[in-house]
Design a protein around this ligand. Structure first.
Ligand code: HPA
Length: 274
């Protein structure tokens, strides 16, 4: 057994000491959605610090805990606070929570984040973008290193990272809620600095629609395990060089907070239909 799998087993044992809850859906909360977890029917919570070997989050505004409970009768595990590569963890630690939720039993993963829009004609701050695909060229692959055979194959297929079936569920849910929905490709960079205008132009030429510092690595690790994945970005700002303003975390949080109510409504509707 690889060291990494051993570490995952240790984390799982820590969780299992506290709860035998079997989630069907795993949900990772991005900026602005943090308090979504407080609004569901909570069964139990586990702080990341209570889990042996778990990378603990350091970003202001991100809580660090798993919340287990029900969203409209669907058993879910929610990550309230994710782990980012820019915090200094190796990529394998960044995706450890995703893998752990898969090992807890989650068959589906719902990713959310805040992102910068790179195409001004398509997006404005406050829009929601369903992720149709991603580009991870800007980050190291979380699958580098000895393959964890217990989780998946050495050369996993990535031709449909974001499930066609779940994309239909998201479209139908947005329509039912009367919430506008864009679609596009998410490009992950390492952060923590926001991109330069030249990097944003590059992302657009590559075929990207939004840029961010999370999510795609988690999606890749989940697909490696055969988990069905979907995701939505909240476009909190126009990316660098597109907006005339300088970027700052406050603006990102303000936009995320402004649309949080609609985002939560949409997330609930989607989970019920997953
Ligand atoms: N770039 C990267 N990450 C982000 C952005 C951005 O413009 N907005 C929110 N997260």
């Amino acid at each position: 057994m690889s060291d990494l799998y051993q570490k995952l087993e240790t984390c799982l044992a820590s969780v299992r000491k506290r709860t035998d809850f079997k989630p069907e859906v795993a949900l990772i909360l991005g900026s602005g959605l943090g308090d979504y977890a407080d609004e569901i029917q909570i069964e139990t919570t586990i702080d990341y610090t209570e889990i042996e070997g778990f990378p603990t989050s350091t970003v202001a505004g991100h809580k660090g805990r798993f919340v287990f409970g029900y969203v409209k009768n669907v058993p879910v595990v929610i990550m309230q606070g994710r782990v980012h590569y820019y915090e200094g963890y190796p990529m394998t630690d960044v995706v450890l929570p995703t893998r752990l939720m898969g090992m807890m039993g989650a068959k589906k993963l719902f990713l959310t984040n805040a992102a910068g829009g790179v195409k001004p004609r398509n997006f404005k701050p406050g829009d929601f973008m369903m992720i149709t695909d991603h580009i991870t060229t800007g980050i190291p692959s979380p699958l580098i290193g000895p393959n964890i055979e217990e989780l998946g194959s050495r050369f996993p297929d990535m031709s449909e990272v974001y499930s066609r079936r779940l994309r239909e569920v998201i479209r139908a849910s947005a329509e039912k809620c009367g919430i506008g929905l864009q679609e596009g490709v998410y490009v992950q960079f390492t952060g923590p600095a926001y991109e330069t205008p030249a990097e944003v132009r590059m992302a657009a030429i590559w075929g990207g629609d939004a840029v961010g510092m999370s999510t795609a690595c988690e999606a890749m690790a989940a697909r490696h395990m055969g988990i069905e994945v979907c995701g939505i970005s909240c476009i909190t700002n126009m990316a660098a060089g597109i907006s005339k303003q300088e970027l700052n975390h406050k603006e990102v949080q303000e936009t995320a907070d402004r649309v949080a109510k609609s985002f939560k409504k949409l997330v609930t509707e989607i989970i019920a239909g997953m």
